[in-house]
Design a protein. Sequence first.
Length: 336
Amino acid sequence: MDPSGMLEVMLGLPGQVREGFALARPRLDVALPESILVLGMGGSAIGGDLLSSILSEKGGPPVMVNRDFVLPGHVRRETLVFAVSYSGNTAETLSASAEAEKRGCEVVTISSGGALGRWHGGKGHVRLPAGYQPRAALALMLMPMLGVLDDLGAADFGPEAEECTRVLARMRGGLCPENAAPKNAAKAVASSFHGAFPTVLSGTRLAPAARRWRTQLNENAKVLSRDEVLPEMDHNDLVAWAADPMASNCAVVLLRDRNEDPRLARRFELTRRLGLHRARSVLEVRSRGRSALARLLSCVFVGDLASLYLAVLRGVDPTPVEVIERMKRELEGNGP
């Protein structure tokens, strides 16, 4: 079912955190930026969402993620730009990077090579190890950004990287293929999702992890799914959950943070009782660790592996994303 060994790569997340933070990175002769912009698409962009949540909790510069060819109008010289493309050839990222250079932004490029690796418009480049699917190199793309900000004095991310590595390493044994559900949380989730419509709900802090769950289910398990955020969903989505018969085909996972605001905890309780009672199943996955980095990636780890176990249950190879490759070929004018 997994001839390309995606499962083994995903189980290597703890080592990726340490390796990514240790990658050589450019020394920037700039002050701590007013704001940060991460350019990226797909698996190369999700690190920007994680970075935004981490710095929001720590009180660092605000982070925006740009998934487009063009830059927002407010981006200016004082914005530090991370251009992230694992392949180095993502059209949207290359276009936005060139525009960032024209606006006088400090640009750090992160890729395994490609056009972005050859581009000299930015002041520095972080070269990633080759051979990964972009979605399987998440920590390798996230951690260099934390390393650059560590160098600039935004925060001391070294201890957090070590704590995150330890937390994920402890989780790995419980999530590996040898362990069965229900003790294996990833397998329990995959079983609940099989034959249902997967839905992942979280609070704002863990929203990037929920988004990652959705995209991994899309690409690895080849299923439609959705993610939503509390408390916002209680102002709209909740009505449909309580009234729409289709809710009975939804399998729900609640991502719960160990640092959850008591008001949000109350929201989860009421949402489950008043709206999710129609759902086919409702499971909870709780974050691990103290730092925002560990808590986010601990949730990501379970979701990544759940998507692979669901692929096995569905009898599909998790690695190929043939329709995306066809889209790229046709955009380049090379036909179907």
